[in-house]
Every structure is written in C-alpha cells, then in structure tokens.
Design a protein around this ligand. Structure first.
Ligand SMILES: CC(C)(COP(=O)(O)O)[C@@H](O)C(=O)NCCC(=O)O
Ligand SMILES: [Mn+2]
Length: 904
C-alpha cells in the first residue's frame, strides 16, 4: 500500500513549522523591487507567436446602452499582409491577415542550441509568413461604405500584393497597382466603387471555387471546426484527413448552393435553391418590420408557430394521422392556418411569424440537401453560410430533417466559421503565401477580449489597445449578464413539416446567435509549432487525462474562481501595484470570470475544451491585460534561496553510492515539486515555513512505496540492465522555478550527464504560474555551474555559458570533453503541455532522444499521464490536489507518482 503523506505534511508544518512567513509571500504582498521590475520586462520578451496588436485610438461608437456597439479602430498599425472579400447579396465577409512583428534577434544560446540540434538547413518549409493572425469581419452589403471605411481606416491595403503572384510583404504598393481578391456577386457589381473609393482593383475569384477551398481549408487546418447539433446538443467531430471526401457542401447564404466535393479543387455544383437566408430575411422584414437579420432571428426564439402553421392535428381534429406516421403536432402546411382565419398580418405575433418562417426554410434546406446526398450516395453534409449563425434551432431543424428522412444514415454537420467559407477561399487563392500547406497544429485559436463580448458587430480585430480593452471590459461588466445569460425561451408546441416530427430540442438551453459569435476567435498562425515526433500515435493522442464533464467542470470552475483573488493580487503586485495595474487586474478578473461563465453555460463553446485549455485560458487572459509574469518576484526569491543550498545538496549526494544517490535524486524531484503556486493546498503550506524548511520536510516524508512506484524498474534500467549503454539524450521537461528545478531537476540532470547522457532541459516559452521559462534557465544554470564542474562543463559544451561565466576562474581546463547540457523552449505558455503543438526547437531536440522525463502535475498528471511515446518515459509528480488524487489513483493529496514506461 502506498504511503500517505498528506496528514504528516499538514501536521509537520502546522505544528513543527517555525512560523516564519514564506519569503516569497512577503515579497508578493508588497510592490516588487525596481530591480525585479526591470528583470520582468527585460528578461521576458513577448512571445513572437503571440504579439499584441497596436490599435491605439480604438473607439467604441455608440452609447453604453447599445447592445452591439460598433468599434472602429482607426490607427491599426499592424503589418497587414492580405485581405480578401466575399461580397454577397446580404453580407460582405472580409478575411484579413495581420502579420506578427519580426522575430526578435536570436540570442547566442538559441543559435548554439539550434546548431547542436542540427536545426539549420533542417529542410523545413520556410513560410513567407512567419506568423500572424487571421481575422474575420462582416458587414451588411447595404452598408458597403462602412466596409470601405474600415479597409481604408485600418490601412488594410498597405501590405496587399501588387501583381498577385509577387507578394511584397511590406511596402504599400501604389494604390493603382493594388489588386485584392474578391468573390461573390458583389465582386462584379461593386468593382467600380472599390476602384473609385479605394483605388484598388478587385480580382474576381469563382464563388464555388472559393466556397470549396475555404471549406477544405477549415476542415483540414482547424481542429474543432465541424460539429453536429441535435436536440440542443453540440458535439465536435474529429475529421479524418484521409477520409474526408466525398462530401456535400451546402452553403446557405441569401440563396443556397449545393456542391458535391470530391477533393481539393474537385467539385460540382449539383443543385441549389432560391429559398435561403435572403428569403427568410426578406419575408421576415416585410412581415415583422424587424431592422436586422439578427433581430428577426432573436424574435423567433420567443415564437410559437402553431398559431400560424397548419398542423396534422388541425386537420384531424386533434388526432394523429398514425397510418403514415404523422403526429398531431406535425406541420402539415407552413403558414397554412392563416388561410382559414379571417385575420390581418397585424393580428399575428411577429415572434410566431419569424419562427414559422425559420422552420419552413430550415426544413426545406435540410430536405433538399438530404435528397441530393441520397442522389450521390453521400453520408456527410456540411452546412455553411451566414444563415445558420450558430443558431441552435436552425441547426437542430436542419439536422432533424436530414436525420429523419435519411433514417439516421446521413449526418448534418456545421462549421464554426460557417459564414466565411467564400472569403477564406478567396484569401487562399493568393498564391505563394504558404498557407495552403498548413496543418491543424499550425493554427491556434485564441479568444482575445474583443472577440467574446460582441453581439455580432465588431468592426475590426479584437481590441489590441489595452485601454480600449479595459473600457470594453468595464462596459461588459454592465452588459455582461445580458450577454452571458441563456436566452429564455418557451418550448414551441409544434414544429414539423411534411412528415417531420418536431425536434425534441431542450428549448430552455438553446441560445441565440448573440453569444454564438464567441465561437469564432482569431486564428493565430504559428508555423513554428510541430507535432512532437516521439508521440507513439499522434492521431489517437489526447493530452487531457480527465474529461471535463459537467461535474468536473463545476469543480474546476470553483477552484479557479477561488484562486482568482490571490492570483490577481500577485499579478497587480508584479506590475508595481499601480492604479493602472489595479485597473488591468479588475479587467482580467472580469474577463476570465466571463469566459468561465460562458463555458459553464456551454462547455463546448470554444471547441473541445479540457483542463489543460482551461489552465491556459487563465494565462492567456493575464497576458491579454499585459501581466507579463505575475509570479516573477516569487520565482526569483525561490531561485535564490534554492541556489544557496544547492552546493550542500550536491556534496551530500556525492557521498552516496550510485544506487542510494539515484533514489535520493528521484525523491528530491518529487519532494521539490511541492513548490507549486497553482495549488491552493500548497500555497497554504507556504505560510507555515521557509522554502528550505518546507523542502526538508517534504523530503523527509518521502516514504516509499509511492502511489505509483516504478523506481526499481528505472533503477534497473539505469544501473543494471544497460549500464554500459547509457541513454543517448534525455529530454527533461522541467516545471516550477525555485527548489523544483534547482534542487530537484538540476541534480537529476547532473546525474544523467555523469552517465554520459546528453541532457536537454525543456521549459516553457512563456510564463505560467511559477513555472520556470526557457529564458530564465541559462542564468540559473550559470549560477549552479559556479559550484559544480559537471554542470559547468556540460553547460559550456551546450553553449549555455556564453558570457555568464566570464570572470570565473577556469579550473576545468583539462577535464575531459563533456556531453552537452542544453535548454530548449517548448512553445507553450501553460502549466500543461499538448504534444501536438510544440516548438520546432523541441521537435528537433526529440530526434535523438531516447528518454523523456516529464515532471509536475500539469505536464505529467493533468496531461500526458496516459500518453505513450516512442522512447522510454519517466513521469514524476507530486499530486497536490485531493480530488485528483482520489480520482486518478484512489489516493491522497501529496501522494507521489513515479511512472516509468520503457519501450521494451
Ligand atoms: C496548476 C497546476 C497544474 C500546477 O502544478 P505543477 O505542474 O506545477 O505541478 C496545479 O497546481 C493544479 O492543478 N492546481 C489547481 C488545483 C488546486 O488548487 O488544488
Ligand atoms: Mn508548474
């Protein structure tokens, strides 16, 4: 039976603790020193893959009372590379790309590591675009001027190519030479206006071509793009790239196009119908006086179509027509009831009219689509176009029709970027931009603050200007409940038509498009992210260990909400505790809480969401409000304190024999993993002792067997079975700063180096809680190297000590060549790691690795506990959460996990 550390750890610190306040805690409560501040800003450059847009001067147009205020961003200064348009009958869809700032100059360490890893001339495709964001914006065609203003005010033409195939990424071409890609009928109709107003020519792209290439791109490059929607339940569909074609693509715009897609560029428009979104909007506008499509759609939510539609029951005196399987509530004839009643239009409720119209048109589209799928023997139908708008009833109705008539054989699927297929296709048609070769892991979806809180109309990308963002947040706080609360709806009594039963939608949880707008974030193009090559099977790999079902989500919602006050205190202090920092802190709390509330209401709102995503979302929100590194001073304090005792620890270890030392090293890693500022229980412990006291106590409690204890197996591999064949290269995924890395992982790295194993320390690219980052490691290693020849030689060999050791006397000149110690960044800014998206540096380092050591709860328990690799893997962590310990191991908080998974 595994030992239970929990009581003893609490007791030891509760009673035995000397009552000295944790040093880092003191620092965190006050403003950090200016030195700490300076380091915070100089040591941690913003990630090249996650830049901030400079959108100063952004203004919300309209009053605080507006539900959907227009936002104009006049001084957009990003280097916009491409812009493409789909000008439809009702809406103009605009897709544009903003390129990231130049990558910062590589430092010596990185260059040296890359050389060593053979990363130069690595044969990687080089993208003309190094990284950036794809933005999605829409305008009503009737308000074309707004679109033109938007393009010119945001200088979207600055980087557009002149001469389509020779992109000039930087300079603005003379307006007369500018050509932009456009599709849809408006590309013809409004060509002169574009020339006149903006001086640009529209290069027309075939609409069907664009729809298909847009859909193919989305299905290929975005992980959770397609989903089913039945009975109010949304489920993301994993698309197998090798089994995508053929499918039916139904684009429901003003009219409807039905296209059979057989491959990239291989398709045929097989049918269509003139009864589409334009019909709904046009008839609806005439009949209800609604001012916008969204208003009409929202009206339908409160409608009851039985007052307008003729039902089977109306004909059969309230009875079913059971002989042909029609229940009394089936719609026999849309709008049929109105012929027998002596009523005027004004006698009908606009809500009911809107719902009858919506049902009529959705069923019709579903039915025609099904018939075409039947015609060609297709099982999958993807629906796109702005008619759908993420509207639950529309999707349910279409799905119901497809399912009913095909008797479950065919499946209706929807796309999150449904309205932008044509515009994306036009965008893709620019040649040589390199986007055609993107894969799922190259696009990361983020949810910057601008995106979540718009009710459909944001004219521009997410707010990049901090002030605008905060005002937006403050505004959101006032409007928040309105936006995030479920839309109250009555369950309509009847819906079917021509043989359809009504969908059994859970009416009260369905919602309008207002918040479905959330589902489209901004796609970040991150061409440097790779699939980790040592994953045994990337296709079946699932990073998250536990499923965030409703219950689980509720629990983590509470954990993260409870942690917020403490986190925001630290974050504000890390930025000097100024008024500005306070204001940003408030905005951060509201933003993160709003995301949590949104997810609580609809867990699938942002695609398939696991605990790793939730923890990353918190970090993203902090970054969104420019909290660069909330735990910076805590990390520095803990590093200093740990480095001070490292020489003693190393000396003690060196007195042991190999076996005892290996055990002490693994114990050391597990014990030091207690320094985790993301765990509530641990943070409470820190009040009860100094860093060193807690570390000593934690070590003392390391009784074996641990909850999972494969140490003997690991020891056998290291010291007995293949002692003469040491591992060639070990990747050590390090976790927290301070004792965790200094007293835990570094001594273990040293031991591996001693065995002749090259060691690559893999650390976060961006800060997350108190995790150590790749930028911070070289300095820590340089400090540690002052007291340890093994580390020093290896660090020198790994190019880590370029300048840091200047002035230190060289007593190792004659020592033999050492295997190198290197540092690479993992590409993440989260406490967890998703091995489908890692930095190219890490992917290159993995090439010759035959041992992985994953450390910490985030990387080895929340994610990757069940991940299988192509080489030996050792997973080490202390479980610092009672519920997780019970759930995963039937154990207790502070249990330790040492899981060794050799490949043979
Ligand atoms: C955020 C963490 C995954 C970090 O753990 P680590 O990887 O540093 O070991 C962990 O602290 C955690 O799951 N915390 C939340 C649960 C809690 O407060 O108990
Ligand atoms: Mn951590």
């Amino acid at each position: 039976m595994a030992a239970n550390n929990s009581d003893s750890i609490q007791e030891e610190l509760g009673e035995g603790g000397v009552g000295v306040k944790h040093e880092a805690e003191e620092e965190a409560e006050g403003a950090p020193s200016s030195a700490a501040q300076a380091t915070a800003t100089t040591m941690l450059p913003r990630s090249s893959s996650r830049p901030q847009l400079d959108l100063s001067g952004a203004a919300i147009h309209g009053t605080l009372e507006d539900r959907n205020p227009t936002i104009l961003l006049p001084n957009q200064s990003d280097d916009i590379s491409h812009l493409a348009l789909d000008i439809g009958g009702s809406l103009i869809k605009l897709v544009y790309f903003s390129r990231h700032a130049e990558l910062s100059t590589e430092d010596k360490r990185k260059i040296s590591t890359k050389r060593r890893l053979g990363m130069f001339n690595g044969g990687r495709r080089s993208y003309p675009i190094l990284g950036g964001r794809l933005h999605f914006v829409k305008f009503e065609t009737g308000k074309l001027n707004e679109c033109l203003d938007f393009i010119s005010s945001k200088q979207l033409l600055r980087g557009v190519v002149s001469g389509v195939d020779s992109p000039s990424w930087r300079s603005g071409a003379q307006p007369d030479n500018i050509v932009i890609k456009a599709t849809g009928g408006g590309a013809y109709k409004y060509a002169d206006l574009f020339k006149e107003r903006l001086g640009v020519s529209l290069e027309k792209e075939d609409e069907m071509d664009c729809l298909v290439s847009g859909a193919n791109f989305l299905l290929k490059a975005i992980r959770h793009e397609a989903f089913t929607h039945m009975d109010g339940h949304k489920e993301y569909v994993q698309i197998d790239q090798n089994d995508l074609f053929p499918f039916l693509l139904v684009n429901v715009g003003s009219g409807v196009s039905i296209i059979k897609v057989d491959g990239h560029g291989k398709f045929q428009r097989v049918s269509g119908t003139n009864v589409g979104g334009g019909t709904y909007w046009g008839l609806g506008r005439l009949m209800t006086k609604c001012k916008s499509f969204d208003e009409l759609l929202e009206l339908s939510q409160r409608g009851d179509n039985s007052t307008i539609d003729m039902l089977v029951g109306d004909i059969y005196g309230g009875l079913d027509y059971s002989k042909i399987g029609l229940s009394a509530s089936t719609i026999a004839s849309s709008f049929g009831k109105t012929i027998s009643e002596n009523k005027e239009l004004s006698d009908y409720r606009p809500e009911d009219i809107s719902l009858s119209l919506l049902r009529m048109i959705s069923y019709n589209i579903g039915q025609i689509s099904y018939l075409n799928a039947l015609r060609y023997g297709l099982k999958r139908i993807f629906f796109g176009g702005f008619f759908i708008r993420g509207h639950a009833y529309t999707m349910d109705t279409i799905s119901f029709a497809v399912n009913f008539w095909s008797k479950g054989e065919a499946q209706a699927m929807f796309l999150r970027h449904e309205g932008f297929l044509g515009a994306l296709g036009a965008f893709m048609s620019y040649e040589k931009h390199g986007l055609d070769d993107l894969r799922v892991h190259h696009l990361v979806e983020r949810f910057p603050m601008g995106a979540p809180y718009v009710g459909g109309k944001i004219h521009g990308p997410p707010l990049g200007d901090l002030n605008a963002k905060i005002s937006w947040m403050e505004k959101f706080v006032q409007k928040g409940t309105q936006i995030i609360a479920p839309v109250p709806m009555g369950v309509p009594a009847t819906t079917g038509m021509g043989g359809f039963e009504r969908p059994t939608s859970k009416g009260d949880i369905l919602r309008s498009d207002a918040s479905a707008a959330l589902n489209v974030g901004v796609l970040h193009l991150v061409p440097t992210l790779d699939v980790f090559p040592l994953l045994e099977d990337p296709k079946t790999y699932e990073p998250n260990t536990i499923d965030l079902d409703q219950d689980e989500f509720k629990y983590w919602f509470k954990v993260l909400s409870d942690h917020l006050p403490d986190l925001v205190d630290k974050a504000v202090a890390s930025e000097g505790g100024t008024d500005d920092a306070e204001r940003r802190g408030d905005a951060f709390v509201h933003a993160f809480s709003a995301h949590l509330a949104r997810l609580m209401e609809e867990p699938a709102a942002y695609g398939k969401f696991g605990l790793a995503n939730l923890l990353e979302l918190r970090e993203e929100c902090l970054r969104e409000f420019q909290f660069v590194d909330a735990y910076i001073s805590i990390k520095q304090r803990e590093n200093e304190a740990s480095l001070a005792v490292l020489p003693d620890l190393l000396m003690e270890l060196d007195t042991m024999n190999e076996e005892a030392r290996l055990l002490a090293l693994i114990e050391g890693v597990l014990a030091a993993n207690i320094f985790d500022w993301g765990s509530r229980a641990c943070v409470e412990l820190y009040h009860k002792g100094t860093i060193i006291e807690i570390y000593r106590m934690s070590r003392k409690k390391m009784q074996r067997p641990w909850r999972i204890d494969d140490f003997d197996m690991f020891k056998k591999r290291m010291l007995t079975d293949r002692k003469d064949q040491p591992y060639k290269r070990a990747l050590l995924f390090v976790d927290n700063s301070g004792a965790d890395v200094v007293l835990g992982m570094l001594p273990l790295a040293r031991e591996l180096l001693r065995h002749g194993t090259e060691v690559v320390l893999v650390a976060n690219s961006l800060p997350a809680l108190n995790d150590v980052t790749a930028n911070e490691l070289p300095e820590i290693i340089a400090e540690a190297s002052k007291h340890c020849g093994i580390l020093r030689k290896a660090a020198e060999a790994g190019g880590l000590l370029v300048d840091a050791m200047a002035g230190i006397q060289d007593d190792l000149k004659d020592a033999p060549e050492s295997v190198p110690l290197m540092v690479v960044e993992n590409g993440c800014g989260s406490p967890c790691i998703d091995f489908r998206q890692v930095s190219s540096e890490l992917a290159a380092a993995a090439k010759d690795a035959d041992l992985l050591i994953l450390e910490g709860m985030g990387r080895a328990l929340h994610t990757n506990l069940n991940a299988r690799f192509k080489c030996d893997a050792l997973k080490l962590a202390m479980v610092k959460n009672q519920r997780l310990a019970e759930k995963l191991f039937n154990g207790n908080i502070y249990d330790c996990i040492c899981k060794f998974e050799p490949i043979s």
